[in-house]
Ligand binder design. Structure first.
Ligand SMILES: C[S@@+](CC[C@H](N)C(=O)[O-])C[C@H]1O[C@@H](n2cnc3c(N)ncnc32)[C@H](O)[C@@H]1O
Length: 282
């Protein structure tokens, strides 16, 4: 069976949108809110943190997880290795680190999450925030997390549910411009949207104490900012490419119309439900 790899599953796709992604996340703190919940669940502020703790952040993007984690563990000499397969995203991470100031315990390295060039049993915590669902081979990604974790180590991931207004706008746009297509075809973004399925994959990889928790945060921005954000974003770019050629030029305009139907003031409040999964290596 051949699997079609979509633009959002390639480093090229994320390279092209890195700056726009960083700008929106800076403005809204959107993915950082979920990363903060994951951090509080796994390395609580009032808990005892092990001296020299080692953390791996896979698919770090502009560093939503890495930066807050580095701040939390710096007093105990902890270190974060931030990895991503997009070199442009890692440049954005460097900019974010400079902007934040006072962080000297993050190292960045280009790496595919499905093939970590890292030793077995070498990290206390491993995270993937809104990245794993893009991996063509998810069990391979989870098995890699398991392999590099020390025994007793903890992993944490965030993935999108189906209840996501950004997806609703996109699905509505596709339905309008390609009415013959079955509604809500498979999309990598929503490929880890079933909590039971997530738990099964983590069990299969050998994890224990698996907990899947729903969590909601909102991305608030103007319609104009949203249109800038989606321009070049690989998830939207590949949706546009999948439309009949004759209708592709209507994509942005239709997105705008559908967004205005839901948010007539032009001010978007995208309440988005994610699943936060934590698990331990025995
Ligand atoms: C939606 S962004 C999330 C970035 C960041 N973790 C956050 O929450 O803001 C998805 C990220 O996953 C990365 N990514 C996707 N597939 C990957 C893979 N196979 N290996 C490493 N990184 C990957 C992309 O380059 C991109 O930076």
């Amino acid at each position: 069976m051949t699997t079609t790899i979509k633009l959002e599953q390639t480093s090229k796709g994320w390279d092209q949108s890195a700056e726009g992604y960083m700008d929106m996340m800076q403005k809204t703190g959107f993915t950082r809110s979920f990363a903060q919940d994951l951090l509080n669940d796994t390395i609580p502020l009032d808990g005892k943190i092990k001296q020299g703790v080692k953390v791996l952040d896979i698919a770090t993007g502009a560093g939503a997880m890495s930066i807050i984690t580095a701040n939390r563990i710096k007093s105990v000499g902890g270190h974060v290795l931030a990895t991503d397969f997009s070199s442009e995203m890692l440049k954005c991470l460097e900019k974010e680190i400079q902007k934040e100031g006072g962080i000297n315990n993050i190292t960045a390295q280009e790496m595919d999450g499905q093939n970590l060039t890292l030793s077995d049993n070498s990290f206390d915590f491993v995270y993937i925030v809104f990245g794993l669902m893009f991996f063509p081979d998810k069990i391979r990604g989870i098995t890699e997390m398991f392999r590099v974790l020390k025994s007793g180590g903890t992993c944490g991931i965030a993935t999108w549910s189906m209840t996501n207004p950004t997806a609703a706008v996109l699905i509505g746009t596709i339905a309008k411009l390609d009415p013959s297509r079955p509604p809500s075809g498979p999309s990598p973004v929503n490929s880890l949207a079933d909590p039971v399925g997530i738990e099964q994959l983590f069990k299969q990889a050998g994890f224990v104490n698996i907990k899947v928790t729903p969590k909601e945060h909102s991305m608030e921005c103007s319609l104009d900012e949203f249109l800038v954000f989606i321009n070049g974003n690989p998830v939207f770019a590949s949706a546009k490419e999948s439309l009949p050629i004759a209708n592709q030029h209507l994509f942005e305009q239709t997105i705008k119309e559908i967004a205005l139907e839901i948010y007539p003031t032009g001010q978007l409040k995208l309440n988005s439900l994610a699943y936060l999964t934590t698990a331990q290596k025995p």
